[in-house]
Design a binder for this molecule. Structure first.
Ligand SMILES: [Zn+2]
Length: 286
């Protein structure tokens, strides 16, 4: 059993989400929900063309928040950001006037034209690493930001070379008004899903996360950012309102299921990140 756990931890480490290229809580959440209702003036959902033409909201993607160690591969560096840098980058966002938004707000903006705060941005975390709770959530709270946590359920509570969040930590994040979302069971590539995988990689993790949080699980992030156009329709059938890729192009038939994100790699300065946000997301007015 011990060997299995250690092996499991090593596999999870390798499987971290890397693309080929790369107390106020409850009150705030309640206020946000009410704002969405008031602002949802259009009852007819927008078509794909309208959604694609809207100004994209920047979405950031983080994995491990820790210092590099000698055994980290060069490729892993994109997925690792030092705690001090992460803190500087969050401060830069706050100082630049950004307001964090959550997937429900983005969905209501894209589909129903709901208003967003000025300079909206979404901050997301993949793969369940515990440092996202200890450093990530603590830093976000300092600036009044909320985050989105894409959980791969196999890793919950595991300890080892990398430690992962426990059920209790995930529940706390949800209770504090952050969004808990799905990132499969064990990081299997969505493009290679078999019929059975829709149960093990999608339905079972959704059920588990709903049990932990007491909330609906309605958002998904593709492992490695990789998707397959021909099976995107199934995400809606399995209860998801939207899904997130990395920085590749959106699928024109399924823009809600291919929302773009950029990785904030460990090598970026806060200034680099600021420019990257402005370069990667279009500025078309809706
Ligand atoms: Zn991942």
């Amino acid at each position: 059993m011990r060997t299995f756990l250690l092996l499991g931890a090593a596999t999870l480490f390798l499987a971290s989400c890397q693309s080929s290229d790369g107390a106020k809580g409850k009150t705030a959440a309640k206020v946000a929900t009410e704002e969405i209702k008031i602002d949802s003036v259009n009852t007819k959902p927008a078509d794909n063309k309208t959604i694609l033409a809207k100004r994209e909201v920047p979405v950031l993607c983080y994995h491990q928040i820790r210092n590099n160690i000698a055994s980290d591969s060069k490729r892993a560096h994109d997925d690792i950001i030092a705690p001090d840098k992460f803190k500087q980058h969050m401060k830069m966002l706050a100082d630049s006037g950004y307001h964090s938004i959550l997937p429900d707000q983005l969905y209501n903006y894209l589909v129903y034209g709901a208003k967003l705060p000025e300079k909206p941005i979404m901050i997301t975390f993949d793969d369940t690493d515990e440092d996202q709770f200890t450093i990530g959530n603590t830093t976000l709270k300092k600036y009044g930001f909320k985050g989105v946590y894409f959980i791969m359920t196999v890793s919950i509570g595991k300890k080892g070379r990398i430690s992962y969040m426990t059920k209790e930590q995930i529940k706390q994040l949800a209770d504090e008004g952050n969004t808990i979302a799905s990132h499969t069971y064990d990081h299997k590539n969505f493009a290679q899903f078999t019929d059975a995988d829709w149960t093990t990689q999608i339905d079972e993790p959704t059920k588990k996360l709903a049990q932990i949080t007491g909330k609906k699980i309605e958002y998904f992030a593709f492992p490695y950012g990789v998707f397959k156009s021909s099976t995107l329709h199934k995400l809606k059938e399995h209860g998801f309102k939207a899904a997130f890729i990395l920085s590749t192009a959106r699928d024109e038939k399924y823009p809600l299921y291919t929302i773009r994100r950029i990785i904030d790699p460990g090598r970026y300065t806060a200034k680099n990140l600021y420019y990257s946000i402005n370069k990667s997301f279009n500025k078309t007015k809706s």
